[in-house]
Design a protein around this ligand. Structure first.
Ligand code: ZN
Length: 154
């Protein structure tokens, strides 16, 4: 059961990371977003997720619409976080935050890679802690670092 959960997380993380990288590269050419008029907006464009919030917040007339299109301006590409809060927008003040997509991919991808790495040790019968070769080891305790090996679930 724990094995299945781990494998789900591992594969889910891998698929999500790859998806994010595709979206990241794609965002150089295509932009898309969700417009919740008149108060919020979520979009993907030029290498970043963008969250926009208008003040004062109002629910009416709230209409949600999807939009998309092609980018022309490469100068807008975002490598790093950015945010703004101040005058602007449709009805007063506006706040927005840019989250670089590569960053989200790395945050998700690193633990996923670690899981893959760990599982490779497991299947190769290496100590999950110090990678000592445990083939032929019957005690379940690593002679190198003393780590107790999990019972083999299969
Ligand atoms: Zn060990």
């Amino acid at each position: 059961m724990r094995n299945r959960l781990r494998s789900t997380i591992k594969w889910g993380g891998t698929v999500l990371t790859v998806l994010l990288l595709v979206v990241w590269v794609g965002s150089a050419f295509v932009y898309c977003g969700l417009d919740g008029l008149p108060t919020f907006e979520v979009s993907v464009s030029d290498g970043a997720f963008c969250l926009v919030c208008e003040h004062p917040w109002s629910w009416s007339p709230l209409q949600v619409e999807l939009y998309h299109g092609f980018n022309g301006d490469r100068k807008l590409w975002s490598w790093w976080f950015n945010s703004y809060s101040g005058p602007g927008g449709w009805n007063g003040d506006v706040s927005w935050i840019l989250v670089p997509i590569w960053f989200v991919a790395v945050v998700l991808g690193l633990p996923t890679m670690w899981l893959w790495h760990r599982d490779r040790h497991r299947t190769a019968n290496l100590c999950p802690k110090c990678a000592y070769d445990l083939r032929g080891n019957t005690s379940g305790v690593c002679p190198e670092c003393g780590a107790v090996r999990e019972a083999r679930e299969r």
